[in-house]
Write a protein that binds this ligand. Structure first.
Ligand code: FA5
Length: 334
């Protein structure tokens, strides 16, 4: 066989052996067989080329070098390829397996409680309305029959906002009670009225297990031709029984609020002792007049309940601060 054919045969054989090697070990065998320094087939080829006439050597030498370079490059590429970890074929995945579950968020317990309150009161015919948390003095005090020199208006008893005062040109404060919404609704609609309003209120109270400086109230207002104190008690008892279940007792203790007459503190007992849950009373004629109603024609009751107190009682939460600590272990229980 002449040298040119021998080089061509060598090149074809080594390239196909490299391509066929299925493992790194098999490839190493191919390397030794073809490119091994001592006894490889390349070595034999070199010997053959050494015997060609000197005038043919440059051309044949060039062919030899081309074949050797091709073999070396194919070997390196295949070595790399076999060293890579095998990619999993797509069909090895079972696409019918269920995915990893994503944790679901929940509404805050107080939001859940207020939604439930709205739903219960809705069943008694009370629609739900909202009012602003930043209030003027007319709605937080004056129209509620709280005169200018009343201690409840002291700047140390309320959160007045200096920036809001500058912006509006009048004193503005974070509302200290949801009773503000009574005024807003009566200013806007004629009797009869049957509404509840739930939301945040703000007071610079000393914080302890049952007091916060930001808490929630549910205000209720019913105005009509012949609304009575007995109806107030019935509505509150029905509400508490629907929320907590049977065995709830409601009692009234005489009290004072400037915007109701007579006024009462409302206590509730359920399972254990009595707990104060809110204030209530018959809407004061001065308040009815302040919004343009005729106290000779209509009467009404109003109440304001602490939302946290109810929620704490139902879920045996012993410290009001738990609601605002953002402890996920606590929040997950609801
Ligand atoms: C009032 O806020 C009156 N506006 C209620 C009212 C409405 C009377 C309509 C008459 C007619 P009082 O300040 O008592 O009342 O608060 C009502 C309830 O809010 C309390 O019984 C209590 O349950 C809750 N509460 C009061 N202060 C705090 C506080 N610092 N932290 C948590 N809850 C509170």
């Amino acid at each position: 066989m002449d040298a040119i054919s021998a080089i061509r045969d060598f090149e074809q054989a080594v390239l196909s052996a490299i391509a066929d090697a299925a493992t790194s070990d098999a490839l190493e065998q191919v390397r030794i067989e073809f490119l091994g320094k001592k006894k490889g087939r390349l070595r034999e080829l070199q010997d053959l080329i050494g015997k060609v006439p000197p005038e043919d050597r440059p051309k044949i030498g060039q062919q030899f070098n081309t074949a050797k370079t091709a073999a070396d490059q194919a070997l390196s590429a295949r070595q790399l390829e076999l060293a890579q970890p095998k990619k999993k074929a797509a069909q090895e995945f079972d696409i019918t397996l269920p995915g990893a579950p994503l944790p679901l968020g929940k509404l805050h317990p107080l939001t859940q409680t207020m939604n439930e309150f709205k739903e219960i009161m809705g069943r008694f015919g009370f629609s739900s309305i909202e009012g602003p948390e930043l209030e003027d003095e007319r709605h937080n005090f004056e129209a509620l029959n709280i005169p200018h020199d009343h201690p409840a208006r002291d700047t140390l008893e309320n959160f007045y906002l200096a920036a809001a005062c500058v912006a509006t040109g009048e004193p503005m404060l974070m509302r200290s009670q949801t009773s503000t919404v009574q005024i807003r609704v009566m200013e806007q609609q004629p009797p009869p009225v049957r509404v509840v309003s739930l939301g945040r209120v703000y007071r610079p109270d000393t914080i302890d297990a049952t007091h916060s400086c930001m808490f929630h109230q549910m205000e209720g207002l019913m105005i009509g031709d012949d609304v009575t104190m007995a109806q107030l008690k019935t509505v509150l008892r029905l509400f508490a029984t629907t929320y907590l279940g049977q065995g709830v007792h409601i009692r009234f203790r005489p009290s004072f609020f400037p915007f109701t007459e007579p006024s009462v503190e409302v206590d509730m007992s359920w399972k254990d002792g009595w707990l104060e849950i809110g204030g209530a009373g018959m809407v004061d004629p001065n308040v009815l007049e302040a919004v343009g109603y005729d106290p000779e024609q209509v009467t009404g009751f109003a109440f304001g309940l602490g939302v946290e107190r109810f929620c704490m009682r139902r879920y045996q939460v012993n410290d009001i601060r738990r609601f605002t600590e953002n402890d996920v272990r606590f929040l997950r229980q609801f």
